[in-house]
Design a protein around this ligand. Structure first.
Ligand code: PLP
Length: 433
């Protein structure tokens, strides 16, 4: 069992910070759509002695006789890798089985590095790529100017349609035909609807582009069959392992067999050195847990909770982007400048009431991303705590009260007390306190 006694003795300042964070995670309503609470085994693995091991390379190598990759031959640059090889082999095999993929690279340190590896594997600097714009729900690494993706490549970006605030595949097809990108990235960080990966495949085929699907947010839903999988269609699928998948903070890349060699080479030595073997062990555990019936039930409840929260917010007069949600998240559109508070202001007020969420741009936002006109809410973390539809209704009411009394710190502190009471009924990490 984990305890922090040694940290307490050695570094009281860091101990204080960890305990403060533990208290914050316990006493607040965590509505950040990309966050979750990992299980103890995942927590144990991320703190385990595999952090000591250098293991550049892979646990497999190409056999000279058959040309096939085999775990019998270790492709590491260091000795002593037998046990970390076991951990990485398990992570790879579980990832392949869970997603039905031909190959899995489990070494990416994060979702961003997973995307970097894929771009570096198939694009040359200056090549044209197409991704969803940040303000419409895409991720920074899908071509934003401040990210490597926008710096190294010529980027064209699609967004949602003005009318429906959803992806319009005919529009995207037309745009792709006009722009002829070499790579199309689909997937999002703030899109509340189902993404039609099959349609994206048709678009990519039409223009001869590589198709990459980034399922960082929805990986858990895909595992549970609640969202269609891009694995049959995309050349590469990237994901984080710490969002709905509820694993350690890290990345994962799936691809067709024909890209295995170029992908592996691009990850290491292309953009990384030694893999984080303790994190890979934790990924293996999370992937094992994701195979269980319990995990599927958990994902179902995430979606039910999101739907309940969205309906309760709509009932209270909030305007949701695209009118609702099909997945684990939703975006409240607070209105243009002069019409309603900014996302920044709302985020701060929610924080004072013990509700953690993030400001987010909404489609066609007139404010900058640092101010933004929206709030993004997600249910994965609350669902892990055991909350259900009834609690979602109560949380929507808290959010409405915060909105109505956004300037009133006393009222916000009062709401905070109710939030704490609710959180106390759904304890987390009790053994760590
Ligand atoms: C979260 C996210 C990422 C990046 O993950 P990091 O681990 O923070 O680098 C990439 N793509 C999408 C769509 C995401 O939502």
């Amino acid at each position: 069992m984990i305890n922090y006694e040694e940290i307490k003795k050695t570094d009281p300042e860091i101990y204080q910070a960890i305990m403060g964070e533990l208290k914050r995670q316990s006493e607040n309503l965590e509505l950040i759509a990309s966050e979750n609470y990992v299980d103890y085994p995942v927590l144990e693995a991320t703190g385990c002695i595999m952090t000591n091991k250098y293991a550049e390379g892979y646990p497999y190598r190409k056999s000279k006789e058959t040309g096939e990759l085999t775990y019998r031959l270790s492709g590491r640059y260091y000795g002593g890798c037998d046990f970390v090889n076991d951990a990485e082999r398990l992570a790879i095999e579980r990832a392949k089985e869970l997603f039905g993929a031909e190959h899995a690279n489990v070494q990416a340190h994060s979702g961003s590095q997973a995307n970097m590896a894929v771009y570096f594997a198939v694009l040359e600097p200056g090549d044209k790529m197409m991704g969803m714009s940040l303000s419409h729900g895409g991720h920074l690494t899908h071509g934003h100017t401040v990210s490597f993706s926008g710096i190294f490549y010529e980027v064209v970006q699609y967004g949602v349609s003005t009318k429906t605030e959803q992806l319009d595949y005919d529009e995207i097809m037309e745009f792709a035909i006009q722009e002829k990108p070499k790579l199309i990235m689909c997937g999002a960080s703030a899109y509340p609807r189902i993404i039609d990966f099959k349609k994206f495949k048709e678009i990519a085929d039409k223009v001869g582009a590589y198709l990459v699907a980034d399922i960082a947010h929805i990986a858990g839903l895909i595992v549970a069959g609640l969202h269609p999988s891009p694995v049959p269609y995309a050349d590469f699928v990237t994901t984080t392992t710490h969002k709905t998948l509820r694993g350690p903070r890290a990345g994962l890349i799936l691809c067709k067999k024909k890209y295995q060699e170029i992908l592996d080479k691009t990850v290491m030595p292309g953009i990384q050195g030694g893999p984080l073997m303790h994190v890979i062990a934790a990924k293996a555990i999370a992937l094992k847990l994701a195979q269980t019936e319990e995990f599927k039930e958990y994902q179902k409840q995430i979606v039910k909770n999101a739907s309940a929260l969205a309906n309760a917010l709509i009932d209270r007069g909030f305007n949701l982007v695209s009118g609702g949600t099909d997945n684990h998240l939703m975006l409240i559109n607070l209105g243009k400048k002069g019409e309603g508070p900014s996302g920044k202001k709302m985020e701060k007020a929610l924080d004072k009431a013990g509700i953690t969420a993030n400001k987010n741009t909404v489609p066609f936002d007139t404010r900058s991303p640092f101010v933004a006109s929206g709030i993004r809410l997600g249910t994965p973390a609350l669902t892990t705590r055991g909350m259900k539809e009834k609690e979602m209704e109560q949380i929507a009411e808290f959010i409405k009260q915060v909105y109505d009394d956004i300037e009133n710190d006393e009222k916000l502190a009062e709401i905070r007390n109710y939030v704490r009471e609710l959180c106390a009924k759904f304890p987390i990490y009790e053994e760590l306190k």
